[in-house]
Structures are given as C-alpha cells and as structure tokens.
Design a protein around this ligand. Structure first.
Ligand code: WT7
Length: 668
C-alpha cells in the first residue's frame, strides 16, 4: 500500500482552539488570499506600525516575465516602517515587557539565562548606538559570525533598528568561505565571539576572524572594526580548560562587546525604512560554486514571517517555542528571530547539539522548558531515531502540541517516528517546504486544519500559487510530477541577489518565463497534496521515466538494515541514466549480498523494474556540508570513479572522500 493513502488528522482537541481550525476554513482563506490579496494582507498589516501608511494603490506590483522587462517584486512600496520597532517596541507597548523573549540554553546544561522583551529592547538599543558610533549607517552591511547566543539576536535587531543590513555567515564555515562572503557583501565590520563549544568540540571564532581579516586585507578589503563577545569565560567548558585568554585583540580595530556597550544609552530611535529597503542578506550555495547573496527587504518579509509563524505553529501567548536551527541559516532568521518576536513569542535559543552531553539533550530541553512547538530538521530526527524510543520516553515531552520539520524531504519512516514517539500521536507534524529565497514557508500543513500524509508538505500557504511544469514549460493539471514553480510573489519572497540582479533573473526566472523556479521537483497526488521529490538536479530519467532520488532514498531507508541512503544518477549506455545508491547500514548490521538483493527487490516492487538500481554501494559515511546537506555533486563523481572533484571546501569532513573511493564495489 503506498504510504500516501494513509491520512493523519489533526487532533480534534487541538483543532478546536486553533486559529485555523478546519480544512474548509483554510480553503476559503486561501482562495481569498489569491482573489483579493489587498483585502487578505491588508487585514494582517494592521497589526504593525507603519510610520508612513501603506497606500492601497501601491499595495503590490511585480513582473515575473523576463520577456516583458526586468524581474521585480514590490510590496507596500512607499510605506515606511522599522522591523526592530515592530518586534520589540510594539510588543513592549502592548504590555509584554516582562514576558520572556528568550530562554538561552547553553552547550553545557549548567549554563542558561533568560531575557525579557523589555531587556532585549534595551540591549538592542545599546548595541545600535555602538554601531552608530562606529560609523555604521542605513544600507551598510554588517558581517555576523556568531554562535547561538543572545548577542547574536541583539546584533541582528540592532542592525535593523538603524537600517543597516546584516549578513550572517554560519559560524561553522571556514575562514576562506567567510572571507569570500565578507568581500562580496562589502562589510567593513564583523561581529563575533571569542569562541564557542559545540558538544565536546571547541571553535575559536575570533582566531578564524583574524584569518578572515588578513585574507580580506590581502585583497584590499579593509575591515575597520571587529566587535568580540567574551563568551568563553561565562560558560562551562567540557574539559574545564580556560581558552578565553588566548584571543588576540588588535589595537584600534578589535573591541570587546562589553567595553563597547558599557557607556551606551538604552534608548535609540529607530530609523524609518522604506518597505522595499534591504533588510538583510544571506548566502546560499549556488549550483555553480559561487555563493548567492539572497536579498530580503523590510516590509514584506516582516509581514510574511509573522503570518506564517502564527498560523503554521499556531502560537498562543503562553506557549514556549523552540526552533533548533542555527541563526546562520534562513530558518534561524525567519523562525528563530523575526517571526516569533513579531508574535511576542517566548523562544528557546539553544547553543549545543542534540548529542551532548547525551543523546537525549533535545528531549531534556523540551522537558525543562515545557516546549509547546518544536521545529527541527529531518536529519536530526533520523539521527535521534537511531538511538531508539527509550531516550524520548524517559522524558516528559507531553507539553508538545506542534512538531515541525524543515530543510529536506522527510521520509515516511522518520515522519512516523516523529509523529508517534515524539508527538505521542497527538501533535500535528508540520512539514514545511521553503527556501532561503522564499523567506518563509510556502508549502505547509496548518496544524489545526490540514489532514497530513507522512512525507508530504501538503498545500500552499496563503498567497502562494504553486504550479507544476513539464520540460516544455506547460502546466501539469491534476495528478502529475514536474518542476515546482510559483506564479506570483508573496510578501516574503527574495527581491534580488546582492549586487547581481542578472544572476537573480538567470537563476530563478529564465528557464520558465513568467514563473519563479524553485529548482525542486514535486508531485501532486489525486487529492492535490504536494510531495517534494528533491532538487531538479537530483532528478533522474531512467529509460524515459522521470523519478526522484529522494523517492528511492526514502524506500531504501525503509529497510531495517539501512540508516541512511543517498542516490545519484549515473550515465548508462542504454537506459540514459541509472541509479547509483550509497547506503549506510544501521548500527551493527553487516552488509551482505542478501541485503543488497532485498534492497533491489524493494525498489523494483515499490517503483517498478525500470528503477532497479545498478549499483548499491555500502559506505560508512556520506560527504556532507557543515549544515548537514549531502553533497551529491561528489557522489556523482564517485559513481563514475572520477577523482576530479572540484571545490570541496564546504565539506564538513574531507576524509570521507578517500573512504568513498576505497569502498566502491568492484565492477561498478
Ligand atoms: C531547499 C532549500 C527552508 C529552510 C532551510 C533550507 C529543500 C526545504 C523542505 C521540505 C522537502 C525541503 C528543498 C529546497 N527543502 N524544506 N520540507 N521538504 N525539501 O533552506 O538551504 O535554502 O534549502 O531545501 O530542496 O529547495 P535552503
């Protein structure tokens, strides 16, 4: 029986009190959001402060058709506002000043603290004043390389308060990658910390920044200021070492955060920005190596992240919400900072890893803060699933109401485990599909309204109009599989690539004029549910049959011997392409011909004989980026035994390459 025939309904006790409490209500609101965007978003924007109000004649304009001129999207153009004012001052004015904005939970369980909305606003103002005193003004870029600490949130908001554009680089990227991004965005200031512990591992952030500043200087790019949070001295180190005194501070350039804010005023007037002024940029990897600086603007992003956060997590004012994503990724921006704060949410900000000090850290933290909404990635779910149900059951996680997934397709096995073991069969799973580029969720269930199918991101959010296209660009109606595109902009969509509008147009709007092209494939089933099948570049065509690597991977991991799988296409003289499957066996399982046969059979039976894999390659590890994404580009090279790998600098662990080539099965 295909997994999609089983439908899981939202818990009726939950639905009763949900903002959107039935599928028919969702449908009605959805149709209204498309028929009359002015009325739909017009209602939502009322909750925000607009210094210059939104003009209805100027509500939104766009061109998605490259044949008709340059691509652009503008929402609420001409209106002015300030996002920091809206997520802090407005919340305090509404009486939430003493509400906790963040519970900070350190890497070590002994380290924790909290910050109320009022205090957060004061800290933000202080740091805004510091930035101003360093000459930072509206439109300037501020590079941020920070761990998951409160100062990271403060830095982001302090930038937006004065109209500066933050450019966060995940503090796990190498000095080379960081330097490349700093130069590309033209930042002359870096905000960082001395270092951080992640699990048992130490990361010397400031010394990486020193290398970055040297690299920049060699390329005639001068970093004028580096502000450093003295973080290490206030946390418990796993090995009781004292690393805080090893940091080198260059006179005139580097300054400790605490010294900088010491005499700073706790008030700072917000700078009113146009709705279409740049808010932040965030790099995402491009298929051609050079990272793309995705640019978001103020008004649309603010409105969209606020609305999606409220509806998708059904956040109610006493709830505690936890998003595990690092602030260095879009999820950390949209659903770790802006969306929750716009809703006066209480959030957990977690510095550590799921595996430290033990493999039950997530469940410990959920129990400790009585988390109601939990948002994490399939890769974490699959990793934790390996350790068994007991680790979860040892903790009281009954506070959970909504559990979310993001970042990659979630296989039905992982979905079911999440639903049953973590959610206790009473929580809705929100499998949110979106991208750095989309700013917020675009395909997602609503927890009180949408009947769920394990592995499906279900339906579009309000204002989002998806379509599936075939290779010739024709829209596929009803059931079918094709390129996932969007026909019109929602408020939170990216506006450009920083300093490279042509690349923006070429990457997202040139393949199918008139549509925003996600780069993902998707299938619509008979009930209209969307199933993301993976990146288009991971699609393969075997003997004329279009199929997705994600689909095969999900099947492979259904086998009890397989913990993780990655599938790439390999050129084949007769079929065009064939399947090359990399599999990691579960703990203690010895891989043998029997398992191989069973896997082949599984795929033959579930997809069809044409999908029978040509190679099943058992490997102990897969090449991953630091954010946990499998680097298929490398796997495709391994599949054809080509050692010309190109740029591998984003690999988390470069030793896997040798392992992969060494473990290639003979005659493949
Ligand atoms: C790509 C975007 C969205 C924030 C984190 C990733 C894949 C994302 C899902 C999902 C299937 C998903 C897509 C997308 N993706 N969410 N729920 N189901 N695939 O942001 O790094 O910009 O990656 O992640 O392939 O295009 P990103």
């Amino acid at each position: 029986m295909p997994s999609e025939t089983k439908v899981y309904y939202p818990n009726p006790n939950f639905s009763k009190n949900a903002y959107i409490n039935s599928f028919s209500q969702y449908r009605e609101m959805y149709l209204q959001s498309l028929d009359n965007p002015e009325a739909f978003w017009g209602e939502i924007i009322k909750q925000f402060h607009w210094e210059t109000p939104v003009e209805y004649d100027n509500f939104f304009r766009y061109n998605f058709d490259i044949r008709k001129g340059p691509i652009y999207t503008k929402w609420f153009d001409g209106a002015t506002t300030n996002i920091c004012y809206n997520v802090l001052d407005r919340i305090v004015q509404r009486g939430y000043g003493d509400k906790v904005a963040y519970y900070w939970e350190g890497n070590h369980p002994d380290d924790y603290s909290r910050l109320t909305y009022r205090k957060l606003l004061e800290e933000v103002c202080k740091f805004s004043n510091v930035l101003k005193s360093k000459g930072i003004k509206k439109g300037d870029r501020v590079a941020v390389y920070m761990p998951m600490i409160l100062e990271a949130v403060i830095t982001l908001l302090a930038c937006t308060r004065i109209g500066a554009v933050h450019s966060v680089v995940f503090a796990g990227f190498s000095a080379d990658s960081f330097a490349e991004r700093v130069i590309d965005c033209g930042a002359e200031i870096i905000v960082t910390a001395d270092g951080v512990w992640r699990g048992p591992k130490f990361l010397g952030l400031k010394s990486i920044c020193d290398q970055v500043m040297d690299k920049c200087a060699r390329r005639n790019h001068n970093i004028r200021h580096c502000i450093v949070v003295a973080h290490l001295k206030r946390v418990t180190s796993p090995d009781n070492s004292q690393k805080s005194n090893k940091v080198h501070m260059k006179e005139g350039r580097d300054i400790w955060w605490n010294d900088a804010v010491a005499d700073s005023s706790i008030t700072c007037p917000p700078v009113w920005t146009n709705s279409e002024d740049p808010l932040f940029m965030l790099y995402t990897s491009g298929s051609t190596g050079k990272p793309k600086g995705v640019l978001h603007t103020v008004g649309g992003y603010m409105v969209y992240t606020a609305a999606t956060f409220k509806c998708v997590f059904d956040y109610k004012s006493k709830d505690v919400y936890w998003c595990t994503a690092d602030i260095g990724w879009i999820t950390g921006h949209s659903y770790g900072v802006y969306g929750p704060l716009a809703n006066a949410a209480t959030c957990v900000l977690f510095e550590g890893t799921p595996f430290y000090p033990d493999n039950d850290r997530f469940w410990t933290v959920i129990e400790k803060y009585k988390v109601n909404q939990f948002y994490t990635a399939p890769t974490a779910i699959r990793a934790l699933m390996k350790y068994g149900d007991d680790l979860v059951r040892r903790h009281d996680v009954s506070s959970l109401k909504v559990i979310g997934s993001v970042g990659e397709p979630i296989n039905s096995e992982a979905w079911l485990w999440y639903y049953k073991v973590v959610g206790g069969e009473k929580c809705s799973v929100v499998d949110t599909f979106w991208q750095t580029e989309t700013g917020g969720h675009v395909l997602t269930p609503l927890p009180g309204a949408t009947p769920m199918k394990p592995g499906s991101a279900t339906f579009p959010f309000f204002g989002v109009q998806p379509a599936l296209l075939d290779e010739s660009g024709k829209e596929i109606e009803g059931e079918g599989e094709g390129y996932l595109v969007f026909k019109r902009p929602w408020p939170g969509i990216m506006r450009s690539l920083f300093g490279n509008h042509e690349r923006y147009e070429a990457t997202y709007f040139s393949k199918f004029p008139g549509y925003y092209c996600t780069g993902d494939g998707a299938r619509r089933d008979a009930d209209g549910y969307f199933w993301i099948t993976g990146r288009i570049d991971d699609m393969l065509n075997v003997s004329g049959h279009l199929m997705s690597t994600a689909e095969v991977e999900s099947l492979l991991t259904e086998h009890k011997a397989i913990a993780e799988a990655a599938v790439v296409s390999k050129p084949h003289p007769i079929k065009g392409e064939c399947l090359y499957c990399f599999v990691i066996t579960s703990n203690e399982t010895h891989f043998d011909d029997n398992i191989k046969k069973e896997l082949s059979l599984l795929i033959r039976e579930r997809i069809g004989a044409f999908a029978t894999p040509d190679v099943i390659h058992n490997t102990p590890s897969l090449p991953k980026t630091r954010s946990g994404k499998i680097m298929r580009r490398i796997l495709r090279k391994v599949a054809v035994n080509d050692r010309n790998l190109g740029d591998v600098s984003t690999l988390a662990d470069s030793t896997v390459i040798e392992t992969l080539f060494a473990s290639r099965p003979v005659c493949s």
